[in-house]
Design a protein around this ligand. Structure first.
Ligand code: CP
Length: 329
């Protein structure tokens, strides 16, 4: 496989082989996190800068852990403590960061398209860690990896994505990738939170019971109130009455249904605690897979493996093999 991309900006337009290659690469890295010494030298000498202009727990920390497990130098910048608060534009901030010669810039930003703008202007690789309501590609990849581990396949599965679809970058990235891999996607939520253009890509319903019936996977989303301009629901209490997933809803799904959530959870609003902490939940498996997916992304963008043909890639894979053997002695 020749992974020819210089940036990871979104999964729209990715083909089946590219997505499966990313998942396979991530799966091969999982074992590193299970070792006593969780480190390989693959990205030694590489610098990863993470610039987060929105809050994050899982994404920022897992990029940091991923970079450090690959021996990259990792530095992070938070929008609230950066010179953006003094009026510096995103492009000026990025150009200043780029002047320090990072290899990869990981960006989370409230504006859709911000990583795409930087990718056009900077020499380094850019990874989208969530841009407004647009895409969150590494989240969708870790979701896909989790589904594939749990179900053994993605093709033919019925995946219900429930909640605030309109403001969800997670929903968009998953919708693109799940369709590419042959899953049947259902979008479930109040009419005001279902974007009309998605009706062309997936079955949509306002009825949680109809959406969940016969599903293999139920993926829940929180109300993204930080991105909502205006009133989309009468009240949070009313939303919870109609859309909070309980065990009773799950009895309508396939007996081996799995429940997913990208986090953070709003318990009692989109997900009941009995479901979040219950036997169908794979939410913490998703978090664990986030590290492996981000290791894979940093590896493919940071080592030049993305441009490698079989001849040039083999020595790199051999180096990883040698490192693994050294570490396990
Ligand atoms: N899933 C996700 O993006 O979580 P964080 O906002 O905590 O990074």
């Amino acid at each position: 496989m020749n992974f020819s991309r210089r940036h990871l900006l979104g999964l729209e337009g990715f083909n089946r082989e590219e997505i499966l290659f990313l998942l396979d690469t991530a799966a091969s890295f999982k074992e590193i996190s299970e070792r006593e010494i969780k480190k390989v030298p693959t990205l030694r000498g590489k610098t990863v800068v993470a610039a987060f202009f929105e809050p994050s727990t899982r994404t920022r920390i897992s990029f940091e852990i991923a970079a450090k497990r690959m021996s990259a130098d990792f530095v992070s910048l938070s929008g609230s403590t950066s010179s953006a608060t003094k009026g510096e534009t995103l492009l000026d901030t990025a150009r200043n960061l780029a002047a320090m010669q990072p290899d990869i810039l990981v960006l989370r930003h409230p504006s859709a398209g911000a990583p795409h703008l930087l990718a056009q202007c900077l020499e380094c690789s850019v990874v989208n860690a969530g841009d407004g309501c647009h895409e969150h590609p590494t989240q969708a990849l870790l979701d896909l990896l989790t589904i594939r581990e749990q179900k053994g396949r993605i093709e033919g599965l019925v995946v219900a994505i429930v909640g605030d679809i309109l403001h969800s970058r997670v929903a968009r990235s998953n919708l693109y990738a799940l369709r590419t891999l042959g899953a049947e996607v259902r979008l479930v939520g109040p009419r005001t939170l279902l974007p009309p253009e998605c009706a062309a890509l997936a079955f949509t319903t306002t009825d949680l019971r109809e959406g969940v019936a016969g599903a293999d996977v139920v993926m829940l989303l929180r109300l993204q109130r930080e991105r909502q301009v205006g009133n989309f629901i009468p009240s949070v209490d009313e939303y919870a009455r109609y859309y909070c997933l309980t065990e009773a809803h799950l009895r309508l799904a396939k007996p081996d249904v799995i429940v997913m959530h990208p986090g953070p959870l709003n318990r009692g609003i989109e997900i009941s605690s009995e479901v979040a902490d219950g036997p169908y939940s794979v939410i913490l498996d998703q978090v664990a897979n986030g590290v492996a997916v981000r290791m894979a992304v940093l590896y493919l963008l940071g080592t030049g493996a993305r441009r490698a043909d079989a001849e040039t890639e083999r020595p790199q894979l051999a180096a990883i093999g040698r490192a693994r053997r050294r570490a396990s002695r």
